[in-house]
Write a protein that binds this ligand. Structure first.
Ligand SMILES: [Zn+2]
Length: 61
């Protein structure tokens, strides 16, 4: 199964439901990603409003 990005929180996962926010509004049409390892100390995480570590898409269509 290919990776999909959540349209709500941009979390990237494999499956039909976002494990981060439980949304089923997923898209396989996304570009770029960042990996957040330490959400509390990451400036990127703050910019993206991310509180949980994981892989996030930069753009989701
Ligand atoms: Zn989500």
């Amino acid at each position: 199964m290919s990776e999909k990005a959540c349209r709500q929180c941009k979390f990237i996962s494999r499956g039909n439901r976002c494990p981060n926010c439980n949304s089923t509004d997923l898209s396989d049409d996304f570009s770029g990603f960042v990996i957040i390892l330490n959400a509390e100390e990451s400036e990127i995480a703050k910019m993206m409003n991310v509180t949980k570590k994981g892989k996030y898409a930069l753009k989701v269509r």
